[in-house]
Design a protein around this ligand. Structure first.
Ligand code: GUN
Ligand code: ZN
Length: 434
């Protein structure tokens, strides 16, 4: 028996395209209960209703949900140190909590331990791929890549660029930042499943010269990603208006420096206008909607339906440590509540699509991750439906698949996770849900 041929049985749920807004029975939903998922080496080889032959090692998860590994399109590795910091909105939160915490990552032992803790925490939450911020430090960024690389994980990250309006301990300068970025790109971009994201923190903390340098890196190699923040908080938007009086809008500061392309992911985008949305649609960039962060920092309510109607790609992200959980189910529950406050309804299908296939498409990686089909890399999660009698009873009363999956998504969290596979390797196995 070949050691690495696995066959998992469970209720398979994934998507073949984007579900229409508010459609409870979208054709793009693929629901295959009691199916076998056959994994050879690092890839999915087949999906079938019949049991496989004797050369497959069978793992029977009958009655459990099997989903593609979750994809977090915006998260800060070092910010697990500032989760749930009390009392501030964005700009004070950065100054009082976040910059001091990130400064500690200058110490490579702190950075290595933090990177390990973060990567393990992603896996324990069912997240098998991420687009993440590191800190300003080159060493800490190496440590983050290295920790993911050892797990065979799909990680996209980059050294944060910030050369003004930050404390000395976390400030770089244009020549130093460019040299460090280039070294990291040549070491990690395309190494295993790692890729590099040019990472200006946000417009207020980079000079015009630094933003132009970031744009030059992207022009040289368009396979690089670009991640940043945009229009998250009203005081921040006002500050950008003062710092860049010639720009049409906050988003246009990035556009004017060549930072908006197909592989750009912008966190938040709460306070954009119609022209901004049209610009994002035209370049194919993505908004990483981060609902627990937006609620926790009091930033505002992101109008997902409006973005969608304008043709903008939207994924859902944790934005830890502004966000309060690495678990993307908790973030989906919050996403539903944000839309409810806007008088709109988010289906479980749109929500789950945004952390699987939709996120994979945002990262230009849908050939590799985000779906359960032959040829895809076997990044897979297995979930219990419930871990307590109240939830089990509630689910038993569901009258439709959507009702059941929506209740699961809203009430569930990492305690339901039973197994995680990364490129066909088991990275987490729990005997019982706790
Ligand atoms: N804007 C600039 N930096 C940050 C950050 O670290 N978190 C969030 N939520 N917004 C930002
Ligand atoms: Zn962020």
């Amino acid at each position: 028996m070949a050691e690495d041929n696995w066959a998992l049985r469970g209720d398979l749920l994934d998507f073949t395209g984007e579900p229409a807004w508010a459609d409870l029975q979208p054709p793009a939903l693929r629901w295959r209960p009691a199916h076998w998922l056959l994994i050879r080496g690092s890839r999915i080889e087949a999906v079938q209703a019949e049991p496989p032959g004797p050369d497959w090692r069978r793992v029977d998860h009958a009655g459990r949900l099997i989903l593609p590994g979750f994809i977090d399109t915006h998260v800060h590795g070092p910010q697990i140190d500032v989760l749930a910091s009390y009392g501030t909105e964005l700009l004070d939160w950065l100054e009082n909590h976040t910059f001091p915490a990130e400064a500690r990552y200058a110490d490579e032992r702190v950075a290595q331990a933090g990177a390990e803790r973060f990567i393990q925490a992603l896996l324990q939450n069912g997240t098998t791929a991420a687009l993440a911020f590191s800190t300003v430090h080159e060493g800490a960024t190496h440590a983050l890549f290295d920790a993911a690389h050892r797990q065979g994980m799909r990680l996209i990250t980059g050294k944060v660029l910030m050369d003004r309006h930050v404390p000395d301990a976390v400030r770089d300068d244009v020549p130093g930042a460019e040299a460090a970025s280039r070294r990291l790109i040549s070491r990690w971009h395309g190494s295993g499943r790692c890729a590099y994201a040019v990472t200006p923190r946000f417009a207020p903390t980079s000079t015009q010269a630094q933003l132009a340098m970031a744009g030059a890196l992207l022009r040289e190699d368009p396979s690089l990603y670009l991640q940043t923040h945009v229009a998250e908080n009203q005081a921040e938007v006002q500050w950008v208006r003062e710092l860049f009086p010639g720009a049409r809008s906050y988003l246009d500061v990035y556009g004017g420096n060549g930072l908006l392309h197909r592989r750009t992911v912008l966190a938040h985008g709460i306070w954009l206008n119609d022209q901004d949305r049209a610009q994002l649609r035209d370049v194919g960039a993505t908004i990483a909607h981060s609902p627990t962060s937006n609620l926790f920092l009091g930033s505002g309510l992101f109008n997902w339906r409006l973005a969608r109607e304008a043709g903008v790609r939207v994924a859902v992200a944790s934005d830890v440590g502004g966000g309060t959980s690495l678990n993307l189910l908790r973030n989906l529950a919050a996403a539903y509540q944000v839309q409810a406050l806007l008088g709109q309804r988010l289906t479980a299908w749109s929500a789950l699509h945004a952390i699987t296939l939709g996120a994979a498409q945002a990262l230009d990686l849908d050939h590799e991750i985000g779906r359960l089909e032959p040829g895809a890399t076997a990044d897979i999660t297995v979930w219990d439906w419930s871990a307590d009698p109240v939830v089990a009873h509630r689910l038993s009363l569901a009258r439709s698949l959507h009702e059941r999956v929506f209740a699961w998504m809203t009430l569930g969290d990492e305690r339901l996770l039973r197994s995680v596979m990364v490129a066909g390797q088991e990275r987490l196995l729990r005997q019982r849900a706790v």
